[in-house]
Unconditional design. Structure first.
Length: 314
């Protein structure tokens, strides 16, 4: 059974219950492929949380979140051979992929209920320095909602384990976004343009929104640490049970009489859950210890990631 995403849960949308405002808009996502739909859901959640950290007006946050849900709606009309391609797109294929921005914009403009959210679909790949698409507009010509969505979109797309690429770590991704806030290299530009680029000091994305994204990432890490810590406590209790079962098992194996064997066997069975059998006992303890050590190591890694994020400067 496929897991269903609850669009309206507070886990997904944090402090905002958008049910009344987005039910129709969200129904549009049903036409997207599974990967694009999940991506849109995640980008909307990140966008909502960035707005929250920036203390945006509640109405704008709702508006911005809906825009984020719809930002890739134009991909409905991108051929699956391109949209789901596992290898790098050719230049020609990328030009087709880029049309999802204008297709989505036209879809929204034709529908009175979607029209207010058209800016997110059209502008979310534009860059502050004018290097984006589809129109190459820059700075103040790019709506704030699209600037926020671009940051959330890039973060989710890079960190997510998609069918066509390898997962990239959170800290590495944030460093990539920090680089995108900086002016592009001017080494290959003519002298006149070098001076202009140095004076403007404009990157592709807004520093303020990347800085808010740091807090979103830290929240996620802290939540994962908490959840894994709770599970470690559960594992410790399971290890204690497994150790007791193993002690009885060893005594059962070495018992000299049938009566003692049966006595210790009952001791083993008393330690087991309903779906467990005697055969699992010899390996159960070592497997649980290995699982505990693995999760402890992962928590150490999460703490390390959190420390690195706190040191990032944008």
């Amino acid at each position: 059974m496929n897991e269903e995403f609850d669009f309206f849960s507070k886990t997904s949308l944090k402090s905002y219950n958008l049910q009344e405002k987005v039910r129709y808009q969200l129904s549009m996502l049903d036409s997207l492929d599974a990967f694009t739909r999940k991506h849109s859901e995640n980008v909307a959640s990140i966008t909502c949380r960035i707005c929250e950290y920036l203390k945006m007006d509640d109405n704008f946050t709702v508006y911005c979140t809906i825009c984020a849900y719809l930002h890739d709606i134009g991909k409905i009309f991108i051929p699956p051979s391109i949209l789901q391609k596992k290898s790098r797109l050719t230049d020609e294929e990328f030009e087709v992929m880029k049309t999802h921005t204008t297709i989505g914009y036209k879809m929204c403009m034709k529908d009175p209920q979607l029209r207010p959210y058209a800016a997110g679909t059209l502008y979310h790949h534009e860059a502050l320095n004018g290097s984006g698409y589809p129109n190459g507009v820059a700075e103040k010509d790019i709506p704030i909602e699209a600037q926020i969505i671009r940051v959330a979109d890039e973060f989710e797309a890079i960190t997510a384990k998609r069918q066509y690429k390898t997962h990239v770590g959170i800290v590495e991704t944030l460093n990539m976004l920090i680089d995108d806030t900086k002016p592009s290299s001017v080494k290959s530009l003519p002298d006149g343009l070098k001076i202009l680029a140095d004076e403007t000091r404009i990157g592709k994305i807004n520093r303020k929104f990347v800085k808010a994204l740091f807090k979103v990432a830290l929240d996620d890490i802290e939540y994962e640490i908490s959840a894994r810590t709770d599970y470690i406590e559960y594992l410790k209790s399971e290890i204690k049970r497994a150790k007791e079962a193993l002690n009885y098992y060893h005594k059962m194996e070495s018992a000299s009489s049938k009566r003692k064997k049966e006595y210790y066997k009952q001791g083993v069975l008393a330690c087991l859950r309903r779906n467990e059998t005697l055969e699992v006992v010899p390996d159960m303890y070592t497997q649980l210890i290995a699982s505990l050590n693995e999760r402890k190591a992962h928590i150490d890694k999460l703490y390390s990631e959190a420390r690195q994020i706190k040191k990032l400067v944008v």
